[in-house]
Design a protein around this ligand. Sequence first.
Ligand code: SAH
Length: 250
Amino acid sequence: MTGSLIVVGTGPGKADLMTPATAAALERATDLVGYGPYLDRIPVTRTDQCRHASDNRVELDRARHALSLAASGRQVVVVSGGDPGVFAMASAVFEAIEAGEPGWRTLDIRVEPGVTAMLAAAAEVGAPLGGDFCAISLSDNLKAWTTVERRLKAAAEGDFVIALYNPASKARPHQLGQAFDLLRAIKAAGTPVLFVRAAGTPDAKVVTTTLAAADGALADMRTLVIVGASATRQIGRWIYTPRGEPGTRS
Ligand code: SAH
């Protein structure tokens, strides 16, 4: 039997935000590989399915393990949260292939898209990503903090809406505050800042504030932070960014 490997994302957390294609891939798999808490979110539908849970920090090992299972003929699904290509396992799988066994390049590999955190977070508050936006991970596990600073500065100078993934963790409690300080030097004090925790789940919680008042301590590992562009505004309880600039065609 020929093996296969599908990389999926389970969405932000609520079952009905997982795509039907991802649910079907999970159902057909002989082996599920992923970070333990993500695997725990997937209901057991078959007793003959093997689950290989691993720690959060070992993405490359996990990817290699998944590839060798697929090479041995198993139907493997690698599980991420959100979308598998956004700061997640799909890149780890291709990194492992690039540095790994030549035979892995001809495996049957597929990536299924998922609902990423910034889309679920945006939908909780209105349409803050309605104009040009970018996404930056604040984690410096895999890149230098000076790189994060350079990108934040460029995003602020380009007047993008900025979605911040991995804004804080126990090991990195101060970086979000440093990021806000950097942005305050470039962007207006009244720029809307949103902290959206557990977006797209029944526990979703939103804090809306301004860049001047934004407190990095409000974010944890389940929070997505959105910093507005100059056009981002509040109407009633909603926050949105217009699609175009004033004075252009609508
Ligand atoms: N692949 C994932 C992102 C992994 S990085 C995706 O596409 O969503 C992990 C970061 O994603 C977290 O630190 C947090 O910033 C964000 N995140 C993931 N799920 C979230 C949720 N339900 N609500 C808010 N932020 C979330």
